[in-house]
Design a protein around this ligand. Structure first.
Ligand code: G3P
Ligand code: MG
Length: 244
């Protein structure tokens, strides 16, 4: 019997196994067999850095707001296990042409430098379909769309809006990314009727992974890729974000 489909997207690499948003976390997600992964990005001191929080204390030995630091200071920090905070370019090189990369824009003003970096990679032969740019900041997403209409965008949300997924359709998004706490059948069906894929975060528990599959979502962000890959089939086509 063929296994049901559910796309596995490594969350901050494979944050259940390695320090989040570091190169070893990215490599771990790929090693475990994830075809897609997500990282978070800020634009600081002229550099795109891969980091999640607005402050440094939780995951590094640094202090203060990320966006108020110099790049040199950020690079001097231990981001866990002796890892440095990577740049987005370094993560792209670690991922290579093998996997799908979801770049979540965290800070304001990240859309333009990300569009520039991706334009360069696409010009040098990377498939544009490998990239999916997402954000809770839908203004940044609009900017991304304006600067590079060909790059797919995913609209993040942490609630159930009365108008369903209409906001994502209006943005011209490829996908909508609701959170596991709020997503429900009505929202999933509404998004699908609008032609949007539904990728849910952060789905780490096996019960939640099964529940998401039964809601008919297209994929889940997880810190434990093996928990999805063990039970669910992945796409076999050239486009990693599609079923085939
Ligand atoms: O992009 C999915 C997920 O990463 C969104 O939330 O806070 O983990 O970045 P967060
Ligand atoms: Mg994220």
């Amino acid at each position: 019997m063929s296994r049901p489909y559910l796309l596995c997207i490594g969350h901050r690499g494979a944050m259940g196994h390695a320090p989040e948003n570091t190169l070893i976390s990215v490599r771990k997600a790929l090693e475990l067999g994830a075809r897609c992964l997500e990282v978070d990005v800020y634009y600081v001191d002229g550099e795109l850095v891969v980091y999640h929080d607005d402050r440094l204390e939780r995951t590094t030995n640094g202090v203060g707001y990320v966006e108020q630091q110099t790049f040199a200071y950020l690079r001097s920090l231990d981001a866990g296990g002796g890892q440095k905070i990577p740049t987005l370019a370094e993560v792209c090189q670690a991922v290579g042409p093998r996997a799908g990369l979801n770049i979540e824009l965290k800070g304001e003003g990240t859309a333009a430098p990300v569009a520039e970096l991706l334009s360069g990679l696409i010009a040098s032969g990377w498939q544009k379909e490998r990239f999916l740019v997402s954000s809770f900041n839908h203004i940044e997403l609009s900017e991304m769309k304006r600067l590079h209409a060909d790059i797919r965008i995913g609209a993040l949300i942490r609630c159930v809006p009365v108008s369903g997924a209409s906001f994502a359709e209006e943005l011209g998004a490829f996908s909508v990314h609701p959170c596991v706490e709020f997503v429900n059948q009505w929202f999933v069906d509404d998004a699908h009727q609008r032609g949007l894929k539904v990728f849910v975060y952060a789905v780490d528990h096996v019960e939640d992974i099964a529940r998401m599959q039964s809601l008919g979502v297209d994929g889940v962000f997880t810190g434990y890729p093996e928990r999805v890959l063990e039970h669910y089939a992945q796409g076999d086509g050239a486009d990693v974000w599609e079923r085939r």
